[in-house]
Ligand binder design. Structure first.
Ligand code: GLU
Length: 303
């Protein structure tokens, strides 16, 4: 069921629109003198496994043979999956979850290749083997499970609304009847408004950042997607944008997208989440600690 009653999975402190984007960057970084490749984060809560092996995992066999990990990510979602063109750094909660997984199978930052893949193209990229796994605000659902598998969940949020700063008329999707609401192609929120809110005019783009641009330019009336994503955009442009204070109206459980049937790899990631000690919390604190989002690590659902 897609449209659920309000779920208080995310506590939002609207005023805490702190600079999610500024975690790693204090302006353009000077190039390293010796040309050595610096790890993206100054301190990482995980350690890189040594001598790791995994029986019966085609994904791990590919990674080992290639000598590097290829990870599908988002790069326009501040706080979650973001690439800073100036500093050339990737940051965000999802990116660090992806790095933690790579480290758990023996690969550090210098042996990771990232591929930015939009919401609509995720299943196909995994099925094609373009990526070893995908970490990017990817909700676990049965339709997607027809094509791929998910490890996790590792995070829970819910669908919310982003509007122009000072806009008080729109708190719920019901109040947007007759209005234009933007979301990403192939996402659960665009599907929700198309299926359950026939009065809303849906506008879709590949990327949420395009929706946000259209909101700022008065081309759409609201942007809808997971509240955790919207908080990152509001933090980037607090004078222009705000997340509505109403409760979220779906539950989105984020999973790691995996090649279907690689049970060994899925079990490995699930065990990593379950036995990870403080690592999850440290990753959350480093990336979303100032965001006002209040969540704890969800229990793994090892189906
Ligand atoms: N979590 C939702 C989804 O997987 C929305 C965010 C996204 O498009 O990545 O569709």
């Amino acid at each position: 069921m897609r449209f659920k009653k309000a779920l208080a999975t995310v506590g939002l402190v609207a005023a805490a629109a702190l600079a999610l984007t500024g975690c790693n960057s204090g302006g353009p970084a000077a190039p390293a003198e010796d040309g050595a490749k610096e790890p993206a984060a100054s301190s990482t809560p995980w350690t890189v496994a040594e001598g790791f092996t995994l029986e019966g995992s085609p994904t791990f066999d590919n990674i080992k043979e290639r000598g590097k990990v290829v990870i599908g990510v988002k790069e326009d979602q501040p706080g979650l999956g973001y690439y800073d063109n100036v500093t050339q750094e990737r940051s965000g909660f999802d990116v660090d979850i992806a790095r933690w997984i790579a480290a758990s199978v023996g690969f550090d930052e210098s042996n990771i290749e990232y591929k930015a893949i939009a919401s609509a193209n995720r299943e196909q990229a995994i099925v094609n083997g373009d990526v070893d796994y995908y970490v990017g605000t990817y909700s676990i659902n049965d339709k997607r499970k027809n094509d791929i598998d998910f490890a996790g969940p590792y995070f829970i949020t819910g669908q919310g609304l982003l509007v122009r700063q000072g806009e008080t008329d729109f708190q719920t999707l019901e109040e947007l009847d007759g209005k234009t609401v933007c979301s990403a192609t192939g996402s659960t929120p665009i599907q929700n408004i198309k299926e359950n809110f026939p009065g809303i005019k849906p506008q879709e783009f590949d990327l949420y950042s395009a929706c946000v641009e259209n909101l700022v330019n008065n081309q759409v009336d609201a942007v809808t997607t997971d509240q955790a994503i919207l908080i990152g955009y509001a933090a980037q442009q607090p004078e222009d944008l705000m997340v509505t204070s109403g409760p979220v109206f779906t539950e989105e459980q984020y999973g790691v997208g995996l090649s279907k049937g690689d049970d060994a790899f899925r079990a490995h990631i699930n065990d990593m989440f379950t036995d990870g000690g403080d690592v999850w919390q440290d990753i959350f604190d480093q990336n979303l600690g100032d965001s006002g989002i209040k969540v704890s690590q969800p229990a793994v659902d090892a189906y």
